[in-house]
Design a protein around this ligand. Structure first.
Ligand SMILES: Cc1cc2nc3c(=O)[nH]c(=O)nc-3n(C[C@H](O)[C@H](O)[C@H](O)COP(=O)(O)O)c2cc1C
Length: 300
């Protein structure tokens, strides 16, 4: 089950996705104890941010729509949580900012407390020009990735948005700017849900990013397209519920995967279960290493 992702050794190919129970050391340690091979924090920025007022999350058919607005306590406070991590699995800090300078400042501040940094340039409901407004522009993405790359020594993952005409163009510019790996995909949309009693949109921000099983086919297709175009590893995320879903991402080209929304349905136990089921499958099929399965759909 072991894999290596840009020099980071993981005991299995699953990670806690950014933003789902990753705001405190205790919830990150809980994911690690439950079997995740690595953990990604909730995205944090330079300064504290309240985010949107409630309701920020609503369930829809096939998943969840959220517009939390990247609420977080800011880098100084988040660093105190990072220092309390139990160190049992690699930790990846997810960070966001409005420009290359902000990203670099945060990355420099916390690089010694984590094994890697994931740049969130893809949140579909971020305030103040952070988020998908960056990740939809290959040049802006490139300027941020190269600025962070120059500032830190740890590997950099760049998390991309599916909400673009051509995800390959952004993926290639992130790679060319120095990304060590790409994470695909952030939530899809934005989408919305309306309360039929009042006629009002349910989320306070009206629109939010869609996650959960319904977005998995889009995520798998993004991984498939990007795998063909880049040389760096791809981390797949979007709607994973079980080992069969993990296999689809791996066959499309993912080196490893992240799990988010399904934790709301299955609990943290999902990590242990997925890894166990994947192991049984590999034994049955005669695979000895995960790498043997990466990208096999491209050979069909
Ligand atoms: C409630 C919620 C909060 C999220 N917060 C973040 C975040 O802070 N940073 C980020 O990069 N992605 C965030 N995401 C996106 C997830 O990390 C993931 O990319 C997306 O939900 C698709 O995976 P899933 O279907 O397994 O949840 C969030 C998703 C949800 C549902």
């Amino acid at each position: 089950m072991e894999i290596e992702l840009c020099g980071i050794k993981m005991k299995n190919p699953t990670m806690l996705a950014a933003g789902i129970l990753g705001s405190t050391a205790s919830s990150l340690n809980w994911a690690a104890k439950s079997g995740a091979g690595a953990v990604v924090t909730k995205s944090f920025g330079l300064n504290s941010n309240k985010g949107y007022s409630n309701p920020t999350t609503v369930e829809v058919t096939g998943g969840v729509i959220n517009a939390i607005g990247l609420s977080n306590p800011g880098v100084e406070n988040f660093q105190m949580e990072l220092k309390k991590l139990d160190g049992s699995v690699p930790a990846i800090a997810s960070i966001y900012g409005a420009n290359p300078d902000e990203f670099s400042k945060i990355a420099t501040h916390i690089q010694e407390d984590v094994d890697a940094i994931e740049l969130n340039v893809s949140c579909p409901h971020a305030m103040g020009g952070c988020g998908a407004a960056i990740g939809q522009d290959p040049l802006l993405t490139s300027s941020i990735v190269s600025a962070v790359k120059e500032s830190v020594n740890v590997p950099i993952l760049v998390k991309l948005t599916p909400n673009v005409t051509d995800i390959v163009e952004v993926a290639v510019s992130a790679q060319d700017a120095g990304a060590d790996a790409l994470t695909l995909i952030n939530s899809l949309g934005p989408g919305m849900k309306i309360d039929i009693t009042t006629g009002k949109p349910i989320l306070s921000n009206r629109f939010g990013g869609m996650s959960g099983p319904a977005i998995k086919p889009v995520a798998v297709r993004c991984v498939y397209d990007v795998f063909d175009a880049v040389e760096i590893p791809v981390v797949g995320v979007g709607g994973i519920r079980n080992y069969e879903d993990v296999l689809e991402f791996i066959y499309a080209g993912a080196t490893c995967v992240q799990i988010g929304t399904s934790i709301m349905y299955e609990g943290m136990e999902i990590f242990g279960k997925v890894v166990n089921d994947l192991e049984v499958f590999m034994e049955k099929m005669g695979y000895t290493k995960l790498e043997e399965m990466v990208g096999i759909s491209h050979k069909q």
